[in-house]
Design a protein around this ligand. Sequence first.
Ligand code: AMP
Ligand code: GLY
Length: 423
Amino acid sequence: MAKILIIGAGAREHILAKTFLKSPQVDQVFVAPGNEGMIEERIKIVPINIDDLKGMVDFAKKGNIDLTFVGSEEPLVLGIVDEFKKAGLKILGPNKTAAQLEGSKSFAKSILKEAKVPTAAFSVVRSLSEARRVLVKHDFPVVFKLDGLAAGKGVSIISSCQQAEDYIVNLYKNNPNTKLLIEEFMQGPEFSLFSLVGKNNTVVHTPIAQDHKRRFDGDKGRNTGGMGAYSPVAQISSAILEKVIKSIVEPVLKVMQDKGNPFTGVLYTGLMLTKSGPKVVEFNVRFGDPEAQVILPQLKGDFYQMIIDLIDGRKPLIEWQKKEIYLAVVIAAPGYPDNVEKGFPTPLLDDLPSDLQIDYAAVKKNGHNLISSGGRVATIVDHAKKVQLAQKDVYSYLDRSNLQLAYRHDIANQLAKFERDNQ
Ligand code: AMP
Ligand code: GLY
């Protein structure tokens, strides 16, 4: 029986742990650092910091871990896969260079260009004068992106010349030489495709998902890590999906391979369906959170075997359910993402109707109860034949539970409208 190590602390890692435990070949899952809501009998949390690569390698060696799976981006960008492989440990994920697809927006853009993949037109600048020269040629709105990991906070949509001037003056006063991407503003519905990539570009694509990044209903307010998600996304046709796979994902994987840096792990392609077709918004190199919470429960088959097959370069024999819609609503500190207060009572699994799933993110034990210890506290998930039924289940529970935590009330409304229009 296999022992698994999952790296990360949030709701995404919680659902990863539960998905591995469904495999008849897995008897124990360790999550480092995990969180105190991961109370399942066969899940153990291990207090190792997410960026302590040596600590992770030592734990995996001493604990005879059979397979490690990384949930969050930080250790991947730091090179955890290289360290595990050097130590002879089994892991599926991108090496440090391939992880630059997420770690550096300018690296991602250079790969997209080489692969001739549609994406927003862009320039990379490194000084105030360069930024001004580029902006003269741009219409507004325009998009500014800071290079490097920013947990969703490095992107600004700039609506006027004055706002752009204020931004760049401030940026280069405080951080001279910063790499800034200036990008064309795109419009259209967003969706994400997750491609699990193994040896020799063996690939499994998951159903697509739609995240809700803005904090408030109606897509208002700041960008967050994600306030809710649903999957599959019926509004995106299978022809569009086929096009994304053939003309975006496959060329990118081929360019990475041709450059001697094959990508392995989870390639998260963030897309926008513009008037001129699907275009790439960004790449990440791991599952999305909360997208993982709506994708992984759709797997019909053995997740552990699937990952082992990918590592060995065999095409996995798995299927994804096709009959239902999965919906996730994130519950968060009321002031998230700006002002994160802690200590709010958090629902226990036993408090929920039995058809709802809860994946914990930032919680601590307080006697027999759980209290919040961060911004995104947990994800509540349901599935049903129609998204409206799933919305009804989740929201009627949340609305009657008198939580002091906040949530969006409109997750998957676009799909609900599509369902109504196509009845
Ligand atoms: P990113 O961190 O690159 O995913 O960007 C976060 C969010 O900003 C995306 O999910 C989009 O909603 C928005 N965004 C990023 N780039 C663009 C763009 N070129 N045009 C319009 N919106 C964008
Ligand atoms: N939900 C967006 C992300 O995981 O980056």
